[in-house]
Design a protein. Sequence first.
Length: 458
Amino acid sequence: MKSAVETLNPTRVRLTVEVPFEELKASLDAAYKKINQQVTVKGFRQGKIPARVIDQRFGRGAVLEEAVNDALPKFYTEAINEAELNPLGQPEVDITELKDGELLAFTAEVDIRPTLEIPDYSGIEVTVDSVEVTDEDVEKSIEQLRDRFATTAPVERAAAEGDIVTVDLEAKVDGEVLEDGVAKGVDYTIGSGQLLDGIDEAVTGLEAGGTATFTSELKGGSAEGKEAEVKVDVTAVKSRELPELDDDFAQLASEFDTLEELRADSRKRLERMKKFDQATQAQEKVLDELIKLVEVPMPEKLLEDEVNTRKHNLEHHQLGQMGLDLAKYLEIQGKSAEEFDAELKEQAEKGIKTQFILDEIVNKEKVSVGQEELTEHLMRRAQSSGMSPDQFAQAVVEGGQVPMLVGEVARGKALATVVEAATVKDASGEVISLDDEDEETAEAATEAVEGAEGTTEA
């Protein structure tokens, strides 16, 4: 077999391959065998029909077509390996010559990974938020915990903000009660803004047994977007009672004996969260600066496929789960279809560039992934997917996605290497150190990579 490579542009090549006919023998034999099992000829047992009879009855062309279809992937792969190319996606193959007994010639155009020059990235400098936990932050955290342990009790007074009212609702449009406009026994916290516009003002000041009417634009249902006249009947008023902030509360809500111990633990937890946020911010900002440093030719077919995949996932998975279509989503976001497409293309380009650049650094820095690192990443991905680690691991293996997970971890480690070489300062100008051996920092790097890449896996 002879092959030659023509570079069409930095991300696409055309392979020209010539195969001596004798190299098709194995595929020809397989073609005759396959046809033998599929056809019957009077006077011959199935599977025992001579090749000359198959040629006469069904045509030599059918045999050649079957043989060529069988052989092409092997010859294409040999040509790719011989040229040391990294193809992206499936090739466009064109058979240019097929002479029975003499020669098979074909061309294959395919996108390839571009060759990248990674410059010195040690000069990258970024600024991130400082890790600062205030007393106010701690008290807010304690109040949120306290709110979770609140109790309710019926009261015989007018409803006020923060109270929970049980209400019956009836919505009319143009004087007609909607089929889906009646609800009974709905609990609503006044001031939460989680029901209909105007309901807070309507029920505030009402006691159990009170009734009010208000006008509101319906947010869903058969008359979505229309103005409705809503009647609300208050059947019960309950107050929320928060537990006292004391040692008893600490023992109720945590494993600590005193409120001060609970506050100290809350401060430590908030510091860890802010350090993780700081690490993630550093990874994202360093990645943005790294992308600016490297010139990445963009494979147009890969970009088109990535844009289409992201759009499909948004429309048919994410929005579908929220009961929205793309038009409604764009309306909520205040974007035109053109703005949305432009943003989607920009995100897809960033994802592809991220993967190309970090894969190049993985090779350059000889980044490896240990079994423990892969297991930790698998556990985290399983948790975010809502599956058990065993279920997720089985799905990954059956789907042949282990290399994809290895690539995610490797790229996360590559980014952590770049961050370690860069200068990261906090808002006060103090240089901070992000140890890439730290579990939270490593996880933040992998998350930053995943966020940038989206669905990309080239």
